[in-house]
Design a binder for this molecule. Structure first.
Ligand code: FES
Length: 134
């Protein structure tokens, strides 16, 4: 896909975010912010038989961080908890279109993935790896 198509996808998710909001009594729930800019993302997940049956994100910030959360939550529906814990940054960046992202924006793009990993590892009761986005 061309850079323009990726930019259009990002803008579409920013203007019309999918899965935005909060869930009541989520099984997995976490939030974090980018300490540099203060942008914030939270993710709530409801599981059924260890599989994502509902997922929402909330937050505020730049187009990349918010659209990345929207895209990520779309990608995670019906995944198992094990798949959530193993979800890689490459999978997300590929969907977002890394060619159009400079290094400064990669952190914006990975904020939602970091929140997912914080929540998933908390749920599993295991320690968060040093580089949780991987
Ligand atoms: Fe803050 Fe993008 S500028 S996360």
């Amino acid at each position: 896909m061309s850079d323009d198509i990726y930019k259009e996808i990002i803008l579409d998710h920013y203007r019309n975010p999918r899965n935005k909001g909060k869930l009541t009594a989520p099984d997995i729930s976490a939030q974090d912010n980018n300490p540099v800019c203060g942008d914030r993302i939270s993710i709530d997940i409801i599981l059924k038989d260890n599989v994502v049956s509902d997922i929402k994100f909330d937050g505020e910030g730049c187009a990349i961080s918010q659209s990345s959360a929207s895209i990520l939550t779309d990608m995670l529906m019906d995944k198992t908890v094990d798949e959530l814990s193993k979800f890689t940054k490459d999978e997300l960046l590929e969907e977002l279109g890394t060619p159009s992202l400079g290094p400064a924006r990669i952190k914006c793009a990975l904020l939602s993935l970091k929140v997912l990993k914080i929540g998933t590892y908390q749920y599993l009761g295991t320690e968060l790896p040093e580089d949780p986005e991987n």
